[in-house]
Design a binder for this molecule. Structure first.
Ligand code: TGC
Ligand code: FAD
Length: 388
């Protein structure tokens, strides 16, 4: 009996430091997330002090250099951290993804020295909660059509428009927001909670990511000073480069959700007897379990290779799209099928499958839908862009 989720000894490819980092986040998830996650998801509330707790285990901006409050780790470490967090819940990984890849990354990459020093250490510690506004009511898969406008007002600017489906919007202290200037160039703006005309209504009644807050951004003539505009970005490449980092983290993260479902189903099927034998002894159930570990192993190998390419700064957006698309679908399929293996027990919160499956319905949509990522691969291999 092989009760391992490292079927191909991928651990041999990791350093001692990687394994120590993974273990510390695994312990954090076992002690701080697993005991409270079902209640948080059932009652649609977030986990108290989550961001500060994530900051204390080094999960916020792990690859940001230490001089700005990050941990200065490599991309493999970032991936392993995301994997362990999503073993707990996609909402926890989402919080760390947004803060690290969608808020700290653009400030670090496109911000001024003052902006980096002002915001990054507080984001790394979790004292500040960050949010990222790209999607709009009329522009989801095609963010290039955005209508949010940044217009000149004397020496300053005014921001008008709206963003939708924004993770952590209702609780954010700052937001990295993308808007078009009067020349049609896409600019990144750091919007702060207390700016007049900025509001963040919550999106209620979600069936997915119930331990995470989602909401809107509304900008009603918000006064923006030059010092809040990211100086080193002026095109769609800016927000899309942030997505590359977040999508990479998701590719790893969802392996954690799949492992949690697989382990729960395997253990249950070895203990649960029907017709006088464990359900794990029946070929139909073995087929499911064998396919789960096969798909998890393939996803791990994809991520390990992608992590290596990322460390060498060679991973292409198209390679990242392939991993995001493949691994999220893999995890969603395993969550759905593993719920069936445990029968009626699969519908109660004592087991994690239904929660992971519901969460993964968001994960397969955000950061580029399943079909959008397929079209990115299609365009790459044919040279023909099928979006338009
Ligand atoms: P297209 O003409 O293809 O590209 C426009 C410019 O951008 C460049 N580019 C990229 N650069 C860096 N990384 C990438 N991944 C890039 N993809 C494209 C491209 O080279 C071009 O540059 P230039 O200099 O020639 O102008 O753009 P398009 O208008 O045809 O649109 C296609 C695109 C890429 C937008 C679409 O494929 C896509 O990715 N749509 C999905 C949108 C999306 O993922 N939104 C995510 C919102 S954030 C979110 O969901 C957070 S969830 C958080 C959580 O809780 O975890
Ligand atoms: P649409 O773009 O309207 O797509 C609808 C359907 O049409 C999809 O199936 C899509 O694949 C398909 N489609 C679209 N274009 C094409 C095409 N050319 N060819 C074929 N099919 C196509 N956004 C942020 O900016 N920040 C956040 O923090 C954030 N957090 C989120 C959190 C949650 C819980 C969710 C659910 C979403 C979040 N999003 C966030 C938004 C997310 O990125 C968008 O939902 C996503 O990009 C898809 O946009 P849409 O929902 O408008 O769908």
């Amino acid at each position: 009996m092989k009760l391992t989720t490292d079927y191909y000894d991928i651990d041999d490819l990791l350093s001692t430091e990687h394994k120590l980092i993974r273990q510390s986040v695994r312990d954090f998830v076992d002690n701080e997330i697993k005991p409270v996650i079902d209640d948080a998801a059932q009652h649609h509330h977030d986990i108290p002090d989550l961001m500060k707790k994530l900051g204390s285990v080094g999960a916020l901006g792990p690859y940001i250099p230490e001089e700005y409050g990050g941990a200065g780790l490599d991309q493999m470490s970032y991936g392993l951290i995301m994997q362990e967090l999503e073993r707990g819940d996609s909402a926890v990984r989402s919080a760390a993804s947004v803060q690290s890849s969608l808020v700290m990354y653009p400030i670090y990459t496109y911000g001024s020295e003052e902006q980096k020093r002002q915001f990054l250490p507080k984001l790394a510690s979790g004292d500040f909660i960050g949010s990222f506004g790209l999607t709009e009511p009329n522009h989801g898969s095609n963010p290039g059509g955005m209508e949010t406008k940044l217009t000149k007002d004397g020496e300053n600017y005014r921001l008008n428009g709206a963003k939708m489906w924004i993770t952590n919007s209702p609780i954010c202290d700052i937001a990295v927001v993308w808007a078009k200037d009067e020349e049609g160039k896409i600019r990144g703006i750091i919007v702060e909670r207390d700016m007049q005309g900025f509001s963040t209504p919550e999106t209620l009644n979600k069936w997915s990511l119930r331990a995470s807050k989602t909401g809107e951004f509304v900008f009603d003539n918000v006064l923006i000073k030059e010092e809040n505009i990211l100086p080193h970005v002026n095109s769609l490449r800016g927000p899309l480069s942030c997505l590359n980092s977040a999508r990479y983290g998701i590719s790893w993260g969802v392996i954690g959700a799949a492992i949690d479902c697989y382990e729960s189903a395997l253990n249950y099927s070895l203990e649960r007897n029907q017709f006088g034998k464990p359900i794990a002894s029946y070929q139909l159930q073995q087929k499911k379990l064998a396919e789960f570990i096969t798909e998890i192993t393939k996803a791990q190998l994809l991520c390990w290779r992608l992590g290596t390419l990322k460390n060498e700064n060679k991973a292409t957006p198209e390679q990242i799209s392939m991993a995001k698309r493949n691994n999220v679908k893999m995890a969603l399929d395993i969550a759905r099928e593993s719920r069936q293996i445990i029968g009626a027990m699969g519908i109660v919160g004592e087991f994690p499958m239904m929660r992971h499956a519901a969460n993964l319905e968001s994960v397969i949509t955000y950061e580029g839908t399943h079909d959008v990522h397929l079209l990115i691969t299609g365009a790459d291999i044919t040279g023909i862009n099928a979006f338009v």
